[in-house]
Design a protein around this ligand. Sequence first.
Ligand code: ADP
Length: 294
Amino acid sequence: MLDDALAGTFSVRDYDETIVSKIESKMAKLLDASRSQQARVADEQRRVHSLISDISHQTRTPLANVSLYAQLLMEQGLDEPQARLARQIVTNTEKLDFLIQQLVNTSRLESGLIRMAPRLADARELIRAAAAGCESDADSKGIRLVAAVGDSPLMASFDPRWCGEALVNIIDNAIKYTPAGGEVRVCAVAYEMFVRIDVADSGRGIAEADLPKVFGRFWRAVESADHPGAGLGLYLARQIVTGCGGYIHARSAPGRGSVFSVFLSKVKDGRKTPARTQVQAGEASPSQQSGGPQ
Ligand code: ADP
């Protein structure tokens, strides 16, 4: 019975009344209850996923309309205080839209509805595209965003669409948590088995006790309350990168900035952990740090 349960093939029909003892009968009931429980949990997950999808679907049109009407309002010759309020409507609508998208992506990734499709590609393109997408945010905040990728191709295995989103989340944070006048630098280095992408910022950093928590779902530092966000960006980034056979970790010191490193396997579908010697001297093994595969 236990073997069947472990293999997922247990069924109450396997229970033969003529030969079972009291213990067997109780075991059968227990296994049956646990099987029903599993089915209930799976059903619950499906419901939550479909609820989130519905919310996303139903809110998309009204949100787009609110944004459109606010933009039309801004074209009506408003005075400066009125225009500022209209701009606030547009900005906050965009934030809400982004948050809903993150919730939907989280739900889809967790329910297995989205599967990563890693393929060998040049990681420099990934970096260039992600940095270009964050440029205007960096500019408007007065932050120097540098993408230093070099001349040689950096071939690695990743899903360009999803890893692009993961990298944008990380660069976006670096900009968000770095004060005006600071710098965010994205660079990449190739190892024997991995390509490592570093996003380094000169921002406020992360307390040592908080480092293991930053990849948690909905986790935000107390000091982040004055910045927009829901604590899903890094959680999503880690789900995506590990789904492509890579991993991600963070180093930081309060007041001295942070470095988020994304390791992408050079082997398609590779999930091997690199030997310690392949990690830069002076660094702990990625699997010993926060964000590594659990
Ligand atoms: P969000 O930024 O939406 O709050 P994330 O999951 O992207 O959510 O990040 C979780 C938390 O980790 C942030 O709220 C912030 O406290 C911390 N964090 C992430 N990136 C940085 C960074 N580059 N510098 C300082 N703190 C950061």
